[in-house]
Design a protein around this ligand. Structure first.
Ligand code: PEP
Ligand code: CO
Length: 465
């Protein structure tokens, strides 16, 4: 299958932008009083409905007494690093599992993700020449929003699986009942994962990484970019042998979905008296929980961490600038990351409207693309899958649209793994629909495998110029 390098140039459009945008709320820099638990007074989506509230209180208290996973000072310096992206001087590579599992908290899996990340950074850097900021969907990405609260199998109805931090995947009443003790388990698995990430970053020599990393990838020689992809991959040796590149921190991030956990991990820093979510450097709000009048936005408006906002095809310019104003009233650079996940069919029509609205509003933001969540399909065998060609096409459209508007494409957000799984179809390995059951290991959405992730990074770089 040949991937197309041709696309339309998008002209600036502004038809859906409110003609008189009310900027007055941007001056509202004094949020009413806030505490980590203020969200409990608001309506909430995706609430797991814990049956035992005393147990929930107990485990929240236990968590509050655990040390932070990341420090407020790290969050502050991360935000400064991100401010460079706002100015077009750096690029973010964010990726990892759709849903981490406790079982996959293993050294090989974590290492392979880091190595893949480093190689992808090398590939993207070859074209962009920009410093790459690495952000894992890792060490806490355990909670999943679900479209349906219940799942029916053989006539039995049980709560849907909501991620390891909430309930179990097994289809039994015991496993599917939300259990707050899992929050504590998630904390410990996050801590073990983060410990290994920090150890690899600070102690492993680039030579060692490179030796383990470089493999020959079987791919279709029928695809014209296979050879140049391999050449680019070998060229990453220069990038990877530079200790400075390989030892750059990998920041951790997850969706701030399970608010009892996020609340318990929120700490006031004594140096500035501000609140930080110390379970991750960055958190994001998902497409299903970003209602401005509801609990998740109430929680997020009080913390200092950089915040991602998922922007699906239903997001309007008006809603988006209200969210930005509420979450970043002081217009701090490096605070807001807009994660565009429109889908390959919608991005061309919808994204220019958001770009215009945000430009008009004037608050500094980072634009990145998540080409995964708008492109999920059902394969013939019933598995959820994504086509590499859709993912690639959404990425290239994102680049074209932003460039036409003279806005810096700030990053890529991917569901990916360093393992050789078969969850998304296509790519140089030409994975077909009927191949995907072979190594389908995701707990939730299909991820790019190692080869597909590298190929996407390479193609992204090719389209950067
Ligand atoms: C996700 O990133 O895991 C996710 C569920 O995305 P979205 O909210 O964009 O659907
Ligand atoms: Co997902």
């Amino acid at each position: 299958m040949l991937l197309s390098y041709d696309y339309d140039v998008i002209t600036g459009r502004n038809d859906n932008i409110p003609k008189k945008l009310d900027k007055s709320f941007t001056n509202n820099t004094q949020p009413s009083s806030w505490e980590p638990s203020s969200w409990t007074e608001f309506p909430i989506e995706q609430d797991p409905l814990y049956p035992d509230k005393c147990a929930l209180d107990y485990f929240q208290t236990r968590l509050r007494n655990h040390p932070p996973l990341v420090l407020a000072s790290e969050i502050r310096s991360f935000k400064k690093t991100l401010a460079a992206v706002t100015e077009g001087k750096a690029f973010i590579l964010q990726g990892g599992d759709c849903a981490e599992s406790f079982d996959s908290c293993k050294s090989t899996i974590i290492r392979d993700l880091i190595y893949t990340f480093n190689q992808m950074s090398g590939l993207i850097n070859q074209s962009t020449k920009l410093p790459i900021i690495k952000v894992g969907r890792i060490a806490g990405q355990y909670a999943k929003p679900r479209s349906n609260s219940f799942e029916i199998k053989d006539g039995i109805e049980l709560p849907s699986y909501r991620g390891e931090i909430i309930n179990g995947l097994d289809f039994s009443e015991k496993s599917r009942t939300p259990d707050p003790q899992r929050m504590l388990n998630a904390y410990h698995y996050s801590s073990a994962t983060l410990n290994l990430i920090r150890a690899i970053n600070t102690s492993e020599s680039p030579e060692h990484q490179y030796k383990l990393n470089i493999k020959v990838y079987p791919g279709s020689t029928e695809q014209p970019h296979y050879i140049s992809f391999l050449e680019a991959l070998y060229k990453t040796v220069n990038y990877l042998s530079n200790k400075e590149n390989v030892t750059k921190p990998i920041y951790i991030s997850h969706e701030a979905l399970l608010l009892p956990y996020e609340e318990a991990m929120t700490r006031k820093d004594s140096s500035d008296n501000k609140w930080y979510n110390c379970s991750a450097h960055m958190v994001w709000v998902g497409e299903r929980t970003r209602d401005i009048n509801q609990a998740h936005i109430e929680y997020l408006r009080g913390i200092e961490n950089p915040i991602g906002i998922k922007c699906g095809p239903k997001m309007t310019g008006d809603t988006l600038i209200k969210l930005i104003s509420k979450l970043n009233p002081s217009q701090e650079a490096g605070k807001i990351i807009l994660i565009v996940r429109m889908g390959v069919d919608a991005i061309k029509e919808k994204l220019p409207l958001l770009l215009e609205a945000v430009k008009y509003h004037g608050s500094p933001v980072i634009w990145m693309v998540d080409p995964m969540h708008g492109n999920t399909k059902s394969a013939e065998n019933g598995y959820k899958t994504r086509y590499f060609s859709d993912i690639y096409n959404e990425v290239t459209q994102f680049l074209t649209i932003l460039k036409a508007s003279h806005i810096h494409p700030g990053g890529l957000h991917l569901e990916m793994t360093g393992q050789d799984v078969t969850e998304c179809t296509g790519g140089l390995q030409e994975i077909q629909g009927n191949d995907i059951s072979y190594k389908y290991q995701t707990l939730c959405d299909p991820r790019l495998n190692r080869m597909q992730s590298l190929e996407l990074a390479y193609l992204f770089g090719k389209n950067w110029q």
